[in-house]
Design a binder for this molecule. Structure first.
Ligand code: AMP
Length: 212
């Protein structure tokens, strides 16, 4: 399998986490989710977690300097030497530029940025019905991908998967994150994928654009 350094971009509820979990199996690269890392920091009660918590609960973005430091430290680890999949980072233009600077310094290049496109009107239902299994890391949806009843008790409903927080997150996606789309398009590494449909079908669409 070819070495792969890639980014998954998309609005909240687009299926980035679901697709990333599948793709890292294929490409054998670490899955680096800024949201998962921040949630772990909140749970552990670290200084970084304390700083991030209020922003996250409200569906707002955590300040750039906090997230940039955390991710650059992570991608510098030895397991990322042969590639990585970033999920949820970069989410702002300064984050994209900081990643570029660090990669240029390390003399490595991004291979692809995959944009998973899902219309706004589908996002609220997708995010609010989401439940994750802390034991397996699998993501379910109460209606579209119902979890087995025996694990129902342990499932987690994220604090920011509420109508109010999702509305803010979608707004922030359009105002803060969408500007990174033309940024990567100008570099010639942006791939757009339709994120509406069956998750297996979407995985196929992504692997097809990555092969091309
Ligand atoms: P996610 O799991 O990717 O949906 O992220 C959950 C929340 O974590 C976001 O709503 C933000 O509050 C925060 N977050 C995750 N990644 C970033 C990032 N790259 N920049 C700023 N905030 C982030």
């Amino acid at each position: 399998m070819r070495l792969m350094r890639m980014i998954l971009v998309g609005p909240p509820g687009a299926g980035k986490g679901t697709q990333a979990a599948r793709l890292v199996e294929t490409y054998k690269i670490p899955h680096i989710s800024s949201g998962d890392m921040l949630r772990a920091a909140v749970k552990e009660g670290t200084n970084l977690g304390k700083e991030a918590d209020t922003f996250m609960k409200a569906g707002k973005l955590v300040p750039d300097d906090v997230v940039i430091g955390m991710i650059l430290e992570r991608v510098a680890k030895p397991d990322c030497a042969n590639g990585f999949m970033l999920d949820g980072f970069p989410r702002t233009r300064p984050q994209a530029e900081a990643l570029d600077t660090a990669m240029t310094k390390a003399n490595v290049k991004l291979d692809a940025v995959v944009l998973i496109e899902v219309p706004d009107q589908l996002l609220e239902e997708r995010a609010c019905g989401r439940r994750s299994d802390p034991e397996t890391g699998l993501i379910y949806h109460l209606k579209y991908n119902p979890p087995p009843p025996e694990i129902a008790e342990r499932l987690v409903h994220r604090k920011d998967d509420t109508v109010e927080a999702v509305t803010t997150r979608v707004q922030k996606y359009h105002s803060e994150t969408e500007p990174i789309v033309p940024y990567y398009q100008n570099k010639g590494i942006l791939e757009r994928v339709d994120g509406v449909g069956d998750p297996d079908e979407i995985t196929k669409r992504i692997t097809a654009v990555l092969k091309s």
